[in-house]
Design a protein around this ligand. Structure first.
Ligand SMILES: [Ca+2]
Length: 136
C-alpha cells in the first residue's frame, strides 16, 4: 500500500495533456500518464528578467471564442510551493476545448509590467515562450 504525500502536475510526455506525479513515503513515485481525449490547448512558458527568472507571481489571462461565439477568459498564476513535498511545472496550461484560436493573452509580471499579445501570433497546441525583457 502506498502512502502518497505530494502531487505535482506537469505534461511529462509533451502531448498537451497534463499528467500527475505522486510522491510516496518510503517508496517510488507514482506517475499517472493522462490518456483521456483532449481538446486544443496552449501553454505559456514565462521567463522573467526584471521580475524573478521563473516568473513566480506572474498572472496570465487568456481569452478565446467558444463555439457559440462567446468570449471566455481563463486566468492562471505561476506558483511556487503550491503543494506539500512537490512542485508542479511552471509553464501555464490553458485548455481551449474546441476553440482553434486564441483572441489575446495579457500577462501581469511581478514587476508590475503588463504585456498584451494578440492571439494571431500564438496559435494553439503549442508552447509559447514569453520573455519579460523582450517586451512580453
Ligand atoms: Ca501528458
Amino acid at each position: 500500500m502506498l502512502d502518497g504525500r505530494g502531487v505535482a502536475v506537469a505534461d511529462f510526455d509533451g502531448d498537451g495533456r497534463l499528467d500527475l506525479a505522486i510522491n510516496n513515503n518510503n517508496s517510488r513515485p507514482t506517475i499517472y500518464d493522462n490518456r483521456l481525449p483532449a481538446g486544443n490547448w496552449l501553454r505559456l512558458e514565462l521567463v522573467g528578467s526584471e521580475s524573478n527568472r521563473d516568473a513566480v507571481g506572474a498572472k496570465a489571462q487568456l481569452s478565446f471564442r467558444t463555439g457559440d461565439g462567446a468570449v471566455r477568459t481563463l486566468t492562471r498564476w505561476v506558483e511556487a510551493g503550491s503543494g506539500y513535498a512537490s512542485q508542479s511545472a511552471f509553464p501555464l496550461h490553458f485548455g481551449l476545448g474546441d476553440a482553434s484560436a486564441v483572441e489575446a493573452v495579457e500577462i501581469t509580471w511581478p514587476s508590475g509590467r503588463v504585456a498584451r499579445i494578440e492571439g494571431g501570433d500564438l496559435g494553439v497546441n503549442r508552447i509559447v515562450k514569453v520573455e519579460e525583457a523582450a517586451g512580453g
